[in-house]
Design a binder for this molecule. Sequence first.
Ligand code: OGA
Ligand code: NI
Length: 340
Amino acid sequence: MDALLKQFERLKRPIDMVQTLHDRQLKEVPARYILPSDQRPVPAIEAPQSIPVIDLAAHHSEIVTQVAKESQDWGFFQRIKRVSKEFFDLSLEEKRRQCPVRPGTRMLEGYGRFFDISDVTVLDWVDALVHYISPPSVKAVEHWPKTPHTYRETYEKYGEEVLKLTDKLLGMLSEGLGLDPNYFRTLIKEPLLQLRINYYPPCPQPDLVNGLRPHSDGNLLTVLIDDQVDGLQVRKGEEWFTISPVPGSLVVNIGDLLQIISNGKYTSAEHRAVVNTNQYRMSVVMFLNPQDDVLIAPAPELIDETHPRLYQSILSQEYGTTYMSKDNRGKAPVEALILS
Ligand code: OGA
Ligand code: NI
């Protein structure tokens, strides 16, 4: 909690929302957003065929078919994006009034900027709305947007679909490791589901900035809706590949915790977002986490003489705190746990 309050205090330093900078029609980005020349997003490569697009409906059991149908429903996607955009279209004052940044159960929640940890970090060209979706004990609906009035029911419904989908995916992923299909279900107890809506306004000098800095997600599994505008990139070796949005599809990311539990059999992908000069971009991101008191460690079943244990164990909550405290993230948070 102390760490959270400290973070909260730091965030109280006045930093303009990127949307405000955009409204001022700046011709140049402020200095604090400009990356050192060796870190700028050089033109990325279109992703090769090897980035898998999985049609869940074509796989597995009936439940998957059902979930996939619901969550891949085009109309429902449009609705999620519409209610989200309507919130971001409110005035700055109104957004801040409805969803002020506040310390939630485990993370800061509200409408604001969340990665500006230290004074030396180069800032990201993104604003965000963050809050818990589930379980009921941590979701504070009184702090969710009130405009549009359909926001709450839309995200409650989407949250249910994401929980069904991630439950199914985790079952498949545990089988892929040769573990009991209920391995993750048992481990995580009641899952915590967080939402972050990223809003990237157009930027006068997109080649100089990060939309969202390189990172891997510090959770178990991430489900992302991309808004038809290129921006998401994944790193493979020294190269960055653009993941172009596929209409009606979700992007599923493996998070650091899954890398640790699988003892490195699954890898959390390093990714970032870039911005452009003429279009805003929005992404709707759901992060699935275990309960705070769950000990994250390589599954003992996956360790033997030929597969030595690779990572230290850490409490889920503690990982969240150290993750947020690392500024220049990349894969540093998970790499810090590698046993030497
Ligand atoms: C994230 C993320 C990418 C995007 O929110 O963790 O990686 O395209 N977002 O917004
Ligand atoms: Ni991410």
